[in-house]
Write a protein that binds this ligand. Structure first.
Ligand code: NAD
Length: 243
């Protein structure tokens, strides 16, 4: 695939580039997207129905165990070429914003800093009642209980139907509104409000580039849709920038 010259030159000259990532960027690290997650032990369950406050209220053990399995997958995974290319690009732009819907922490582990996490982080645990982060708990329990109030603990992730963290969403929205180049990588562009961010960028006249092997609702609105895997397309794009 030849990368369009105008895409490269516009990206190179960007003052406020923004990259938004979804679970597709971590697929090549072996962290399944929700669509791919219905395998093995968990094949009988729809992840979209496990990642809800209602599911946790109904069956906290089931939801905790599913997240414990995902946390293990994430801890064994390594950042891939896509994560590394983004970390390298961040070095070359003074005002670069990386926004992720992922909860796996792989951007941070690949060297990116200041990552705006819209959906929390699976490695953090919090009290389901107080919302406070809890670092030490009885790992033998499922779910463990809050040492302060006795309520079940839950992962610090945003479930379907829950509000996004106010500060992170504010930072992401501001960055999208200011951006001149906006990359949407490995996201189905279906989960709102994250899916609205590229449209904020379009309003500002930004060049919008989608990197995804498949088509999404954003595709017809993007200036460029690069069909391919993030771990293959991103390193090429970043190499071109430095030429
Ligand atoms: P999603 O809605 O972001 O969709 C995944 C997208 O990635 C699809 O459009 C698919 O075509 C694309 N994709 C697949 N492989 C790719 C690759 N190699 N390179 C580029 N794109 C690729 O993700 P979802 O799975 O429906 O999850 C919805 C939400 O659930 C996420 O926003 C996130 O909060 C959470 N989630 C997080 C993780 C994680 O942290 N790794 C994993 C699964 C789900």
């Amino acid at each position: 695939m030849d990368l369009p010259r105008t895409l490269i030159s516009t990206f190179r000259g960007a003052a406020y580039p923004v990259v938004l990532t979804g679970s597709g960027i971590s697929a090549e690290s072996g962290v399944p997207t929700f669509r791919e997650a219905q395998t093995g032990l968990w094949a009988r369950f729809d992840p979209q129905e496990l990642a809800t406050p209602e599911a946790f209220a109904r069956d906290p053990k089931l939801v905790w165990d599913w997240y414990a399995w995902r946390r293990k997958l994430v801890s064994e995974a390594q950042p891939n070429e896509g994560h590394l290319a983004i970390a390298a690009a961040q070095e070359t732009f003074p005002n670069f914003t990386l926004v992720t819907q992922n909860v796996d922490g792989l951007h941070q582990r690949s060297g990116s800093s200041g990552v705006v996490e819209l959906h929390g982080n699976i490695c953090r645990t919090m009290c389901s009642v107080e919302g406070t982060e809890v670092e030490t708990y009885n790992e033998g329990e499922s779910p463990p209980l809050c040492p302060a109030c006795g309520a079940p603990l839950r992962p610090d992730v945003v479930w379907f139907g829950e509000m996004l963290p106010y500060v992170a969403l504010g930072v992401a929205t501001e960055a999208a509104r200011r951006s001149d180049v906006f990359l949407s990588v490995g996201t189905s562009s279906l989960v709102y409000p994250a899916a609205a961010l590229p449209f904020e960028a379009i309003e500002n006249g930004a060049m919008v580039v989608e990197i995804n092997p498949g088509e999404t609702p954003l595709t017809p609105h993007a200036d460029y849709a690069l069909r391919g895997r993030a771990g293959e397309v991103l390193p090429r794009l970043i190499r071109e920038l430095s030429k």
